[in-house]
Design a protein around this ligand. Sequence first.
Ligand SMILES: Nc1nc(=O)c(N)c(NC[C@H](O)[C@H](O)[C@H](O)COP(=O)(O)O)[nH]1
Ligand SMILES: [Zn+2]
Length: 174
Amino acid sequence: SAGDHQSYMSYCLTLAQKSPPKPTNYRVGALLLDASQNTILATGYTLELPGNTHAEQCCFLKLLEKHNLPQDSEDRLAEVLPQNTILYTTVEPCGKRLSGNLPCVERILKIGKGGDGKGGIKKVYVGVKEPEKFVGENVGRQKLEGAGIEVVLVEGLEEEILKVATAGHVEEKA
Ligand SMILES: Nc1nc(=O)c(N)c(NC[C@H](O)[C@H](O)[C@H](O)COP(=O)(O)O)[nH]1
Ligand SMILES: [Zn+2]
């Protein structure tokens, strides 16, 4: 229900607050939920793990580690994820990264939407669309929708999420 989405999203927001502020990224919190059991499979926040990591990327890395799968083999998460897995992230998954690292949309596409016996990410709940500060318009959500992965905006926390996300940014000169 909408209430559950908001509570998971506000939990992601508390995770985002653990992220060390930086002027060149956003402080984001994310979690992977097994929606059939209502159990959290993994949580993550920006820079939680070494290597200029994103929140969503940290969730995937933790599951890869847990299942003794190589770091860059997100595609193999389809073997271990429940079919009804949902990703919550305070800021929508990135479609492009200034650092040139693999964007989270690409990582999600490697996992796929699951179904017919395979695990996957069925839906992505986002707290805000990515602001256009770093990479212009984020067209990642169209790619996800094109792969059958539904992207849903959870309303109500936008202001809070953006305040946390941009805490490391230098105030625009008036
Ligand atoms: N969804 C999302 N989760 C994150 O954990 C994070 N940091 C961003 N941020 C998006 C922003 O576009 C990139 O942070 C910049 O493009 C800089 O790229 P790097 O982060 O240095 O790879 N977006
Ligand atoms: Zn990302």
